[in-house]
Design a protein around this ligand. Structure first.
Ligand code: SF4
Ligand code: SF4
Ligand code: SF4
Length: 430
């Protein structure tokens, strides 16, 4: 069982952070899960009420507490709208660590987090085997989106329309890189993240093409691990610490000005969560983690703010593109205008805004697996807004959002492509 002293300390920290909540209910107005269920237990105020008696509630019904806590996208919409500045995400993550440490991980999560994610070489091998055989079990359904469905896998994945694993992941095509700064005088460390590496290597290639074009040196070390968010959001602090420490050690070997990622979730995790969950590290690792966190930056932001990419004066239009703002990019990091500037740098595209561009798409990582019907209802609203914008393409800076939006558009039979802004910008470079 858990280290009781550590758990008691975390319970105390939770109490201290929760006193800031005035129970005003402003979080209710923006919570996508509450909008579907209209259940007070699903919104922050309800969850905080539960956590105020956490120790007692855990003894009475630990499983019930775990289920209520997990019914949340961790989208941060509530935190962005909270007038008291309650550190809602910290509270939810700490509470998940407490409850899941007390309860233990489910066998499935144990296999995924402890058996696979923390062993990147094994994880890569298993994914490449799955990529080789995926065609046998799936049928392509929408060539614009590149989605497939599968009767064989429906007991596990339901009627989802999914994007296949890449035949050649980024780490196979470009195992490592360490190039010197060119004309820009800048050098970045490149952290593609698992989903870009394994499902959207084309996004990783676009990043490398753009960096080379702008004379930005790249440090891409082999053997990168996941940023740790699947472990942290599952309350598995041990796996989280293993992943973060491995990355910190690896990147400490390089010299760079910024650590760039094309994944909004990776950026927000490295930038915002890593500095908050460092107590378990020794002094050297802690310093490496904090240094990496300090330099983390979204790729759109890096290209616009540091490299100086600007929109062209007179776009000729042709292809209409709309933008979905990932919660982790817009609400957590305040990056909203840079993806639009990057798209505006391609004169073949015309930017059309959709309604509620920054409303959550409903993915939420493992939320999508555990609560697919809620996730799909939230996603349908996003799909309707995309279709109403009359766009030919929807661009978004988070590969998880790309997967969710692809599923929603594909299930509705829409012929709208889903892309990352950096891909569209990379088209301007010969
Ligand atoms: S908006 Fe903030 S202060 Fe108001 S109820 Fe929600 S968490 Fe509490
Ligand atoms: S993080 Fe998102 S889903 Fe969770 S309570 Fe806040 S607004 Fe609702
Ligand atoms: S946030 Fe998602 S994509 Fe990024 S490293 Fe973590 S699991 Fe992989």
């Amino acid at each position: 069982m858990a280290d009781l002293h550590k758990l008691a300390q975390m319970l105390q920290e939770l109490d201290d952070q929760m006193v800031a909540c005035m129970k005003c209910g402003m979080c209710q107005a923006v919570c996508p899960v509450f909008a579907e269920s209209l259940n007070e237990a699903d919104v922050t105020r309800g969850k905080i009420a539960l956590l105020e008696n956490l120790a007692k509630e855990m003894i009475a019904d630990a499983k019930g507490v775990q289920e209520k806590l997990n019914k949340c996208l961790l989208c941060g919409s509530c935190a962005a709208n909270c007038p008291s500045g309650v550190k809602i995400m910290d509270i939810f993550l700490k509470a998940r660590i407490i409850v899941n440490t007390y309860m233990g991980l489910s066998p499935v999560k144990k296999v995924i987090l402890k058996g696979m994610l923390t062993r990147p070489a094994l994880f890569n091998s298993l994914v490449s085997v799955a990529a080789r055989f995926q065609g046998v079990f799936s049928t392509p359904v929408n060539e614009i989106i590149g989605s497939s469905c599968s009767q064989w896998l429906s007991p596990v994945i339901g009627d989802r329309h999914f994007l296949g694993l890449a035949k050649e992941p980024l780490h196979s095509a470009v195992p490592s890189l360490d190039s010197a700064p060119g004309a820009s005088g800048l050098k970045v460390a490149f952290f593609p993240g698992c989903v870009v590496d394994k499902m959207f290597p084309r996004v990783g290639h676009a990043v490398l093409k753009v960096m080379a074009h702008h004379g930005v040196g790249v440090y891409l070390p082999a053997g990168q691990s996941c940023c740790g968010i699947p472990a942290l959001s599952s309350g598995d602090r041990d796996s989280y610490e293993k992943l973060v420490a491995a990355n910190a050690r690896l990147f400490a070997k390089g010299r760079f000005d910024a650590l760039v990622t094309p994944c909004a979730t990776c950026t927000a995790t490295i930038k915002e969560l890593w500095p908050k969950f460092v107590d378990g590290f020794d002094a050297t690792t802690k310093a490496q983690v904090l240094a990496m966190s300090e330099k983390a930056m979204d790729v759109n932001q890096f290209l616009v703010d540091k490299v100086g990419v600007t929109a062209v004066d007179k776009p000729t239009g042709g292809t209409r593109v709309t933008v979905h703002d990932p919660c982790h990019l817009a609400k957590s990091l305040g990056v909203r205008k840079q993806p639009r500037t990057l798209l505006g740098a391609n004169r073949d595209y015309e930017l059309v805004e959709m309604a509620e561009a920054d409303r959550c798409c409903g993915c939420g990582g493992s939320f999508n697996l555990a609560h697919y019907e809620v996730s799909r209802s939230i996603g349908r609203r996003k799909r309707d807004n995309i279709v109403a914008s009359k766009a030919d393409v929807v661009a978004t800076g988070c590969p998880a959002c790309m997967m969710q939006i692809s599923d929603m558009l594909s299930q509705a039979g829409d012929r709208i492509a889903v892309r990352h802004p950096v891909e569209i910008y990379a088209e301007t470079i010969d």
